[in-house]
Design a protein around this ligand. Structure first.
Ligand code: BGC
Length: 443
């Protein structure tokens, strides 16, 4: 969980400029070659960039009394209109793939009513990818759900897996032919588990605030339970996890039933949990709770999507502070480039299917941090691949600065900045860093 203006369709001048032409220091690609066909991409998610997703659960959650959201998504980056600009950004950066998501609430705004026009909208994006030589990697559900789904209890509802699978079937029937890789759900492994990850100083106020906001929405609509797709509070995490695991399996089957050759997986939020000292129990407990059930489920998939932003150090008593020094993100947390390779190795050791890095990046207003992180993380990723871990691609989060859920528009993860008045996108030097690596297919 945790805003605008004229919408004209004149795309010219709206940030279609190519990524910064002069390469910043460190942008030159090295000699470590990636396999031919390796996917180089950037990621977005519908609710975070499209704007005006008024039928989505989070649109209502943001406006609930006492809502812990720092901001409302509003127009976001207006990518609903400006998706051709976004595809041009991906192309001009030098990348070969684009990961984006479908907004379920646009496609099924009322339960059982499917919009052909909205399915056609996403079909045009997929076709736009192909026209530009980009591989479309499509997430069927990236946190936000239709309001009607959330008012029926969201993923707490025992019917949720069937409802999600029916949406997957409709979307795959319309769009499946053009998709390169499909992901069912985004980071379902975190649902209900965030209180274990967030610092106690945050969860102590966020959890009750989120619960109270959900209760206020439920009361307003006269339903027993409102549960949005990116809640922090869940009435019963065990139940929600069971339904999500079922939803993923049914979603995959539904997609495969439409096109059996389409590779399907799930994208998982993974912190590189490391044990400090010989007692590994705390670290092992975290892994067991947060990743193992999903990595085992991914054994049935065609790939596993790994999303990493940090590492965590664990001793026998709990989380340990990282060593001082080095780059820090906007929140002051350690930036540790090797964490990506760490989780990729671990994910593959259990899932035993190819890995796609579907998200990796850093929240920083200082683009230098991003410029240093990208090559350093990719060097470590390359080592993991040299050791035999099959990795099919790397997608940076995010293509543009966007709506970062509960934190609103303050965080900055983008390879491009966003002017929220004009919707102009401007490449940051890090886009050139990633682009140089992608063009050379080497780091
Ligand atoms: C999510 C994105 C989010 C990013 C940065 C990931 O957990 O999939 O939606 O914006 O992290 O916070």
């Amino acid at each position: 969980m945790l805003n605008r203006r004229q919408i004209g369709l004149g795309l010219a001048g709206l940030g279609v400029a190519a990524a910064a032409r002069a390469l910043p220091a460190g942008a030159a690609a090295g000699t470590r070659k990636f396999p031919e066909g390796f996917l180089w991409g950037a990621s977005t998610a519908a609710y975070q960039v499209e704007g005006n997703n008024i039928n989505s659960d989070i649109w209502t959650a943001e406006r609930a009394p006492g809502s812990p959201y720092a901001d409302v998504a509003g127009d976001a980056a207006n990518s609903f209109m400006l998706w051709p600009v976004d595809l041009d950004l991906v192309k001009n950066t030098g990348l070969s793939a684009y990961r984006f998501s479908l907004e379920w609430a646009r496609i099924e705004p009322r339960q059982g009513e499917f919009s052909i026009a909205m399915l056609d909208h996403y079909k045009r994006i997929i076709e736009g990818c192909h026209t530009r030589g980009l591989k479309p990697v499509v997430t069927f559900n990236h946190f936000s759900n239709p309001l009607w789904f959330a008012l029926a209890g969201g993923w707490h509802n025992p019917e949720a897996p069937d409802l999600f699978a029916r949406f997957c079937a409709k979307a795959a029937a319309h769009l499946g032919d053009g998709i390169a890789y499909a992901a069912t759900l985004n980071e379902p492994n975190h649902a209900g588990h965030l209180p274990a990850i967030l610092p106690p100083s945050v969860s102590s106020w966020l959890l009750p605030a989120d619960k109270a906001a959900c209760e206020a929405v439920a009361k307003r609509f006269g339903v027993p339970l409102f549960l949005a797709g990116n809640n922090v509070w869940y009435p019963d995490p065990v139940v929600v996890q069971a339904h999500l695991l079922k939803g993923h399996a049914q979603g995959r089957q539904a997609i495969k039933a439409e096109r059996s050759s389409l590779p399907v997986g799930v994208t998982l939020a993974m912190i590189d949990d490391q044990a400090v000292g010989s007692d590994t129990r705390m670290r092992d407990n975290m892994r067991e709770k947060l990743y193992v059930p999903w990595l085992r489920a991914a054994q049935q998939d065609d790939f596993v999507g790994v999303q990493n932003y940090e590492r965590a150090l664990w001793d026998a008593k709990g989380r340990v502070a990282p060593p001082p020094g080095g780059d820090r993100n906007m929140g002051g947390a350690e930036v540790y480039p090797a964490s990506l390779a760490g989780v990729v190795r671990y994910a593959h050791s259990i899932a035993k299917v190819p890995v796609i890095v579907t998200e990796h990046g850093v929240n920083s207003p200082d683009d230098g941090v991003r410029q240093r992180l990208i090559p350093a993380a990719l060097t470590e990723l390359h080592k993991a691949m040299a050791d035999g871990v099959p990795v099919k691609g790397y997608f940076h989060w995010s293509l543009i600065d966007n709506f970062e859920w509960g934190f609103g528009y303050k965080p900055q993860y983008g390879l491009h900045s966003l002017d929220r008045q004009t919707f102009a996108r401007t490449p940051k030097p890090s886009a050139a860093v990633l682009g140089a690596i992608a063009r050379a297919n080497a780091c």
